[in-house]
Design a protein around this ligand. Structure first.
Ligand code: GLN
Length: 480
């Protein structure tokens, strides 16, 4: 059984035809993932017991002739910022190195209800802060396409696991690009749904007003099926939406004729020439397919990174206050007083990037600076969202690059946070506006590095976004 060639539909068909059982598939998936993991460090831990229990459940349902679910038997990997009952959840941080949550995230519960089998938890930047996976306390992840390069971040482990072929699909989280950018760097599909589409219950909070859970997959169809399984209102997350969930796959008919697409001129400025060429070829493909592509303007784009790093750090400084050495696992051993214990626990437990963000966030929220920074950033956020609403009055969807450059070398941008933050210049805006957006493979550079095309759509219009992405995928992207 070749795990790396499976898709959701192939698994479904194999189980129905009794070519393999869910337990056999799971056993092989766990073996394969363990064997391959030293090449990438994509997984932090495996969840054999739980995986086999879910698989047995699927086999029993099949034996009884019951529907085993939309994702029956499908091996999935879960980013380690998403909590899993009884399975260690570290958030890539030394502070939570031994943390075993007492409950499941809603997205995980829903995946398992759909029959999916969680095989393990994936590496990520500490508390999802980063663009390269180098901020993990448990070592960097290597890009399966080029082992000396990063897989992107912060969901680098989830993207690498799917690209490497050890998981059929995975869950990541996206606050400023952390699903789409690693998907682009690793040559897989990555989806950031509308804010509120998927419950955040059990997603460890980084910046609550921007955090999304989203699927990574080898093709658009699989990603759409995962989103369908995890989407929907959840009483445990008051920001989750009541909106109806369409059957996305029913709409993947390849017909995108006359679809009006906007290409934002501000997103073509900082591209490397190879990325620019691939995106241009991808656009030509879309035109050949019958789409009408026109240039549009999103004039507030220049302010997006500044706006994001104020709002995200402000929220992060508040969300990370809970790691105090009392409520969670890690506590410094050398302190004598209570305040000393707080200081040392946080000083020893957090990595440099988290500390940088806590300091910045505390600063922008402090008396005297709140109006000048935080409040101003909130106003800019509204303007960015307005740019998108204006654009969607003229076009059905927006197409753009995901990142200005392909996967960079491990270590290359570590000493220059500003250069690292630029990785997300085209992805941050979608999170700030709360609209659905995704990365779909576009092509590869001469060195064989994948480059993704980004598609952005109106709030809750994932169906149209998937239809376009699926048609683009079928057409062969930039190589058409
Ligand atoms: N790279 C961005 C950051 O470091 C986005 C991270 C994310 O989406 N979680 O904040």
């Amino acid at each position: 059984m070749d795990i790396s060639s499976l898709t959701v539909d192939v698994v479904k068909e194999g189980l129905q035809a009794r070519r393999f059982s869910a337990v056999e598939l799971t056993t092989e998936a766990l073996r394969h993932a363990r064997e391959e993991n030293p090449k990438t460090n994509a997984y932090l831990h495996f969840s054999d017991e739980r995986a086999l229990a879910t698989a047995r459940c699927v086999d029993e349902k099949l034996a009884r002739g019951e529907d085993p679910g939309l994702l029956a038997g499908v091996p999935v990997a879960i980013k380690d910022v998403i909590v899993t009952q009884g399975v260690r959840t570290t958030c890539g941080s030394k502070l939570l190195a031994g943390y075993v949550p007492p409950y499941d995230a809603t997205a995980v519960t829903r995946l398992e209800q759909a029959g999916a089998v969680m095989i393990g938890k994936t590496n990520c930047d500490e508390f999802a802060m980063g663009s390269s996976n180098e901020n993990s306390a448990f070592g960097p992840v290597r890009n399966p396409h080029a082992p000396d390069r990063v897989p992107g971040g912060s969901s680098g482990g989830s993207a690498a696991a799917v690209a490497q072929g050890t998981a059929v699909v995975a869950l990541g989280s996206d606050t400023g690009g952390s699903v789409r950018q690693p998907a682009s760097f690793c040559g897989v599909v990555g989806v950031t749904p509308t804010y509120g589409r998927v419950s955040r219950y059990g997603l460890t909070a980084f910046a609550s007003s921007l955090d999304h859970i989203g699927p990574l997959a080898r093709n658009v169809r699989d990603a759409a099926q995962v989103l369908r399984a995890i989407a929907g209102r959840d009483a445990l997350d008051s920001t989750s939406a009541e909106a109806p969930i369409p059957d996305y796959t029913a709409q993947l008919d390849g017909n995108v004729k006359s679809m009006k697409l906007g290409l934002p001129r501000e997103y073509l400025k900082d591209l490397t020439s190879e990325t620019g060429d691939l995106i241009s070829k991808g656009i030509e493909t879309l035109q050949k397919m019958g789409c009408e592509v026109r240039e549009i303007s999103l004039p507030t784009t220049d302010y997006a990174i500044g706006c994001y790093y104020i709002i995200a750090t402000a929220e992060a400084s508040s969300n990370l206050a809970r790691y105090d050495g009392v409520r969670y696992t890690f506590r410094s051993r050398s302190s004598e007083t209570l305040s000393d214990m707080y200081r040392k626990t946080r000083g020893e437990g957090f990595g440099a990037e988290c500390k940088r963000r806590i300091m910045l966030g505390t600063y922008v929220l402090s008396a005297g600076y709140y109006d000048a920074y935080y409040l101003k950033a909130q106003k800019v956020r509204t303007l960015i969202a307005r740019d998108f609403s204006n654009a969607f009055s003229q076009v059905d969807a927006i197409v753009a690059p995901v990142s200005p450059f392909p996967a960079f070398k491990i270590g290359e941008k570590l000493d220059d946070p500003m250069a690292m933050y630029l990785s997300d210049i085209y992805t941050i805006t979608g999170d700030l506006a709360g609209i659905p957006c995704m990365s779909v493979p576009c092509g590869k550079t001469a060195e064989g590095l994948p480059v993704g095309m980004q598609i952005l759509a109106k709030h809750f219009d994932e169906a149209r976004m998937f239809r376009l992405a699926d048609a683009f995928e079928r057409s062969g992207g930039a190589s058409n």
